[in-house]
Design a binder for this molecule. Sequence first.
Ligand SMILES: [Zn+2]
Length: 315
Amino acid sequence: MPRNPFQDPASAHEPAPATAPPSGATAAHGALANAPGEPCPLCASTKSRRLFRKHDYDLRRCAGCRLVRIHPLPSAEALARIYDASYASGAYAGFARASDVRMATAHARVATIRPHVPPGPWLDVGCSTGALLAALTEVGLEAEGIELSGEAVAQARARGLAARCASADTFEPTRRYACVTAFDLVEHLIDPGAFLSRLRGWLVPGGRLAITVPDLASPAARLMGRHWHYYAPPVHITYFDRDTIERMLARHGLHTLSIATSPKILTIDYALEQLQVLSPALGRVIGPLGHLLPKGLRRRPLHFPVGEILVVATA
Ligand SMILES: [Zn+2]
């Protein structure tokens, strides 16, 4: 299945809507069947309102706290099938070539997070081929990562980076970290609270947790409505805004220090390549026009405000 061109290039396994698996975490831990009136994982309210339907799933907003989730929740088995199929289809092949784009995103994230972090080692959950690890190593920080994809781990290790194959569910750290990062992951989880809680346990006292999530109150989300690319059931399960992510973190013992808009960094070449996969018909029309642009412009990293936020929190 195709990738979305605005998916995060910093993580080779950042799922395109309905395709790729979340890196580093099992997508489906926790309860699986979503009975009507099931309590909200943030406020326990059983009342919710349907916003709209997309890809055969309802998106419902909690009446108590405004957290949005899909209904019904997919089973762990259904999600595993989707992710296995996308691995098998080689949906990431083109993605592996976008290393300049991934590095630009990694550098931007490090610049945003680093001022908040005490000295000590970093852990990147869902490190993919190691863009963030490389960016951290470049500035002299000690960094290691975990990642579900053995192929991505092999690529990271070939670059001399400390990556290992593990999920957040199974990883047992032998030390504590000054910073734990998890990008493009939380929205994939049926039980994001359990995941955040687990990561919190890996921090040194005063350590920082940094995550990205799509912000459904962002201008991009408001502008695009149900067509916003992050509305991607069943792989994107839980949808936050600045208030609900802060409350979810607080519920699991994490105090939010900063929330920043996190633009996607893409090149026109990369976006065109992904468009060919995502929408071949549109790609045939726009592709040739795009290639009339100067090569320098096509390869320049550009910042797109797609509606993602980067949150830094502490225990
Ligand atoms: Zn709620």
